[in-house]
Design a protein around this ligand. Sequence first.
Ligand code: 8Y4
Length: 280
Amino acid sequence: MILTGRGRKIDLSQPRIMGILNFTPDSFSDGSRFNQLDKALFHAEEMVNDGAAIIDIGGESTRPGAAYVSEQEELDRIIPVVEQLSQKLDVMISVDTYKTVVMAEACKAGAHLINDIKALQEPGALKAAADSDALICLMHMQGEPRTMQQQPEYSDVVQEVSAFLNERVRASLKAGIEAEKLILDPGFGFGKTVAQNYELLGRMEELGHAFPWLIGVSRKSMIGNFLNCPVNERLAGSIAAALYAVSQGARIIRVHDVQPTSDALRVFWHAQQFQRLQTK
Ligand code: 8Y4
């Protein structure tokens, strides 16, 4: 299956890696914006050489407790990066934003994919997405980033994630977004306990295969709290979760550590080619 976002194609007949571009929160305290732009370009090039097919650029941290970033500040941070990367790199450029103006401006600047943790629920977002011709990742989240981990509750986490995403797919189609542009994401860690995250991962097959799945588990609490290890020791666990998700049909894996994840995915996928009894 090949997806096209604003003219740029991605072949999902095998799993692909979305590399997370570093954006230090205190971005400009240690240097000029020019310096930051150079660092971002260097990191992105490195991820592409290591096997990333998509670079995800975000200007606001969505971690619980992270500071809110104004629309203007987010634009100032990411637009120059989107412009540079979309011109210089032969990969898909994704913008991690829920802000309508940022979506529109990022697409004008060259982005090919809108990665929206709010699944186009902000006012005007459906229209901005429909007008953009970009690919759209619709993600599930319970609550708001600042408070979502306080007490997540579900009667059935898989059923609720599925129902929410179905509703957002319907809203997207109604707004004129083509079905071929849509990617879905269960939103690991977004308003979910560690147990709920594992139930979601273990039962991913139940979410169906009508649209390609993107998943992000890299370095998250579901790895760290389960293994009881700090963020810099979560690579092996993150890779195991990613491979499990791929075995369940996930096609885009959002990660910090591109090179080791790429190696793991390639070996996993190569072996799977020889499996005689395909489950799907
Ligand atoms: C350590 C490192 C601990 C990172 C937590 C985190 C997703 C996403 C994020 C995701 C999609 C994060 C923007 C959270 N996660 N977009 N964004 N799917 N589509 N936390 O799972 O990485 S940010």
